[in-house]
Design a protein around this ligand. Sequence first.
Ligand code: SF4
Length: 363
Amino acid sequence: MSALEAVDARLDRMRGDAPPRNHDARSIAALTTNPGCKRRALLDAAGADKAQIARFLGHPPHFGQSQFAITRGNAFEATVKSDGCAPLYGLLRDKLGLPVPESEYADLEEVGGNVSREVRYARTKQLLKRAVEGEGTLFDHPLLRIEVGGHPVYLEPDVIAFRFEGAFHIIEIKSFPIVDGRANPEQVAAAARQSAVYVLALRLLMTELGYDESLVADRVVLVCPENFTNRPTATLVDVRQQLGVIRRQLQRMQRIDELLDALPEDVTFAMDEGLGESVQRIEARYEPGCRTHCDLSLYCRAEARACGSTDQLGRQIGDQLGGITRVDKALDIARGADPEDEALEEVAGELQEAYRLLAEIAR
Ligand code: SF4
């Protein structure tokens, strides 16, 4: 068994009987927002269902798309991709000037009835190689691959890469509206982060094929409904900044095999009475931002509170507190206790000054 197969087998054992959940661009973009969290890295690498685990542990996640939003999103995507992506072609021609003869379409959701990831990835590579050499422009459901913590994961995007002006572009279809030429900046930023993951994965594929990564554009085509109608409109979004952040964070992530080596064999994510203990044995790095991107956030927040960790206050305050990792110790020092560590003297002075000012205001 190769080292990679051994890691996969161990992750499968950890997941127990549950089917694996695939990474998607959203989960990878979220992963890089808290790259130091070993708990999340391992849960995601094992393909564990974090929302289910959080529910089982009594802290159900409180975010996620509503059923209405999911249905609306699927309906919009189906409209854009109907008739072999005919509406999308029209849009790309009108908005970006894609020439008519360039319009060729291939759906890679399956390959001759085979839906295995390896086969779909191999077919994606093959067709993109042909496209670089001049044949074919538009690929629906290309399967891409990226390394997370030294472990390859497949991405199953419902995006399309198309060739235009010599470069491949990622197309991201979103159901939030563009009203009078403007969209919600937070939604656009989230779409840009996810698209950047696809751009990176497509660039890796090009490099694997021996081509230059600049063959993949760092501007993506965002397709959204216009003015609350079902009519799609396209905008080019520059994702260079997001691309840089995601690339850096992925490089900094600890390797999954190293994390596994440090973990006792009996740690598993099986839904039984040992789950809570198993999860607690994997180091977490809670911060308030977890609430917007991780299904386990309410569980981890309760854990951080229960042990009085300064993590619950956020990374910025944690950094300001230097080496003080417990809230009660910070409060004791603020009230005048000796920090018992020379390195903490400056922080202690600031805490005591802040406490004095607070007491003055409260008077
Ligand atoms: S919520 Fe918990 S598991 Fe998720 S990233 Fe934050 S600390 Fe890690």
